[in-house]
Unconditional design. Structure first.
Length: 439
């Protein structure tokens, strides 16, 4: 009955949210490419490729955007080591996620757009993909997808499952609506031990929940490159950015944070004359807006794509105008500020700069990473500030103290080591899922 009501009101909800959805897609660009896939319309070439899997039905991994796509790719590689012949389909919702997946996916992964969770669309997607298993990343549990998988006896797993105390309270309030869908999950791999009790409280059988640690925080395979080697190679393609220039790096910043960093940068340059500011906005489409804002503060700004072709040694600020390369760029940082933590709520992932061996500072709003952020701060692996003045002091202290920077990184990497092997553990559980074992 709940799903009947959901499907009944789905078209009305689509009409209500469609204008904002289309505006966001137009702003980010690239939405026309393969748009039909969102509606369950697939071309003949795609259908032919999916049918040429030698009888092996694919594992379908679903990820929303860039962060989830990176998790899905990491997990797919591990699944491939356990099942060498398994093909995969990776669906993603955003154009940035699609571009990143296309750029990094090996030939045995078919990258597609996520079908809308409306029953005729989902029916078309299932008949085209014909999945043997479905793996959802982090928080994407859709009623029609889950119901269709259950009806066809296709194992359904949720990996790197996120469930904050706030989300748990909200879901418990509407348990009669979300509970039936959650109970269709055959496997839930949670990031923290406390998450087991939270999912159980929502009606999921404890036997179907496994603590694996976080795939996103799993350092396995991420620390093979020397951070200094990568930093040197990045500096080589940016004339004028030699190793003597300290770099303040704003990672995945949101509106308002660029101006805060620019003003801090302008003041700190009086003490650190060679200081350079790098900003990687969370949404690349904001680059033009940010550039105008920084130039209004009398800063000399270059886009990363421009800086590679200019020989000016005294550029003040470099704006990253590409996606998917953030970890490589982190390697040139002296101090990293984690975006979406000062002027917006939620925070961004601090793991990549830590894996690049760079110290991190973030603001008061790290709700999306509350457990990790709390552990990093308590173990002295990161600095959390609550206002602009303390942010400036923290950055200034780190820029002037090499030993303090190294100590932060060392402590932070010890925190991440608690999640080492999470990818392999999740992959092993997924590999053992078979239709006959469904709950």
């Amino acid at each position: 009955m709940i799903r009947f009501i959901y499907n009944l009101f789905w078209p009305i909800g689509l009409l209500f949210f469609l204008p904002g959805y289309l505006m966001k897609m137009a702003r980010r660009g690239g939405y026309r490419e393969k748009f039909g896939q969102r509606l369950g319309i697939y071309d003949r070439e795609l259908r032919a490729r999916l049918s040429q899997s030698g009888g092996n039905r694919p594992t379908w991994l679903h990820a929303v955007s860039v962060g989830e796509v990176m998790i899905a790719l990491k997990l797919a590689q591990q699944l491939r080591t356990l099942e060498p012949d398994v093909p995969c389909v990776l669906t993603t919702t955003t154009t940035t996620g699609f571009a990143l997946a296309n750029k990094n996916a090996p030939p045995w992964i078919e990258v597609m757009y996520t079908p809308l969770d409306f029953w005729p669309v989902m029916r078309s997607a299932f008949s085209t993909i014909r999945p043997a298993k479905i793996v959802l990343v982090e928080a994407e549990i859709w009623p029609n997808l889950a119901a269709k998988a259950h009806a066809q006896h296709i194992p359904l797993a949720l990996v790197n499952a996120r469930l904050s105390p706030r989300s748990e309270r909200r879901f418990r309030r509407f348990r009669f609506l979300v509970g039936p869908t959650f109970r269709l999950l055959d496997l839930i791999c949670v990031q923290e031990r406390d998450d087991v009790d939270r999912w159980t409280a929502l009606g999921v059988e404890r036997s179907q929940i496994s603590y694996t640690g976080s795939i996103k925080y799993d350092p396995t395979g991420l620390d093979e490159e020397s951070g200094e080697f990568v930093a040197t190679s990045v500096r080589d393609i940016l004339p004028g950015l030699n190793s003597e220039r300290p770099v303040l790096f704003g990672g995945s910043t949101h509106r308002g944070e660029e101006e805060i960093l620019a003003k801090i940068f302008a003041r700190l340059r009086q003490k650190f004359p060679l200081l350079c500011l790098f900003i990687a906005p969370r949404h690349v489409e904001r680059v033009r807006e940010i550039r105008a804002q920084l130039e209004a503060l009398s800063l000399q700004v270059r886009l990363a794509s421009e800086a590679m072709n200019h020989s000016e040694a005294e550029v003040d600020c470099v704006l990253l105008d590409t996606t998917g390369d953030l970890r490589r760029w982190y390697s040139i940082a002296t101090v990293v500020f984690i975006g979406k933590s000062m002027t917006a709520h939620g925070g961004q992932n601090p793991v990549e700069p830590i894996m690049a061996r760079r110290p991190v500072v973030f603001g008061p709003h790290m709700e999306n990473f509350v457990t990790l952020a709390g552990t990093l701060v308590s173990k002295e692996g990161a600095i959390q500030v609550h206002e602009v003045e303390s942010l400036e002091r923290a950055i200034e202290n780190l820029l002037g103290d090499t030993e303090a920077r190294q100590r932060l990184v060392r402590n932070a990497r010890e925190v991440l080591d608690q999640h080492r092997g999470a990818t392999a553990r999740a992959a092993a559980l997924i590999a053992n899922l078979h239709s006959g074992q469904m709950g």
